[in-house]
Design a protein around this ligand. Sequence first.
Ligand code: AR6
Length: 176
Amino acid sequence: MQRGHTRMRITLVQGDITEQEVDAVVNAANSSLLGGGGVDGAIHRRGGPEILAECRRLRASRYGKGLPTGQAVATTAGRLPARWVIHTVGPVYAKSEDRSELLASCYRESLRVAAELGAATVAFPAVSAGIYGWPLDDAARIAVGTVRDTPAPVEEARFVLFSAEVHAAFDRALNG
Ligand code: AR6
C-alpha cells in the first residue's frame, strides 16, 4: 500500500490532551512559542522544560519573529507520553474579519508536519476555541472539515476535547 493513500480515521475523545498516547500532540500555542495558558500551559507544565528549551532555540534560529499564525512546527514532547509536540498558532477570533482560512491552515500545516515526522497518530485540541474566542460550532466545523479534506499518511487524527460541551460540538460536526 502506498503511504498517503490509507484513509485517516477521525476519532473524538473527551479528556486531557497531555495524557494521550499518540505519536504527536498538537499545541494551540501563540506566536512567541514561549508558553501561555490553556492547552499550551498544560503541555509545558506536564511536558517539562525540554519543550521550552527547544522552543527558545527555534526563536533564536528559524523563527526569530515568532511562529506566524496558521503555521506549525515540531519539538520534542519532553515527558509527555507522546514523541512530539506540534505547535501551531490559531487566529484570534474577530467579528470584523473572516480568519477561517488561517484556522484551517493550522490543521493542514499540523498534518503536514506530522507526515514529515512519520507520526501515525496525532491528537488535536480545539484550536482557537478557548482564549482566542472562536465560536465553538464554527471552530468544530472548520477543524473536522479541514482534517477530513486533507490527505495525509496518518492513521488516526484524534480530537481531544476538554469538556462535554466542546465534545458535543465536535460530535455534531463529525456525525451531523
Ligand atoms: N487538553 C485538551 N484541551 C484543553 C486542555 C487540555 N489539557 N486545556 C484546555 N483545553 P486554548 P486558544 C481546551 O485557550 O483558544 C494560550 O495562552 C480549551 O477548553 O488552550 O487557541 C496560548 O499561549 C479549549 O476548548 O487555546 C495562546 O496565547 C481549547 O483547548 C492562546 O492560549 C483551546 O483553548 C491560544 O488560545
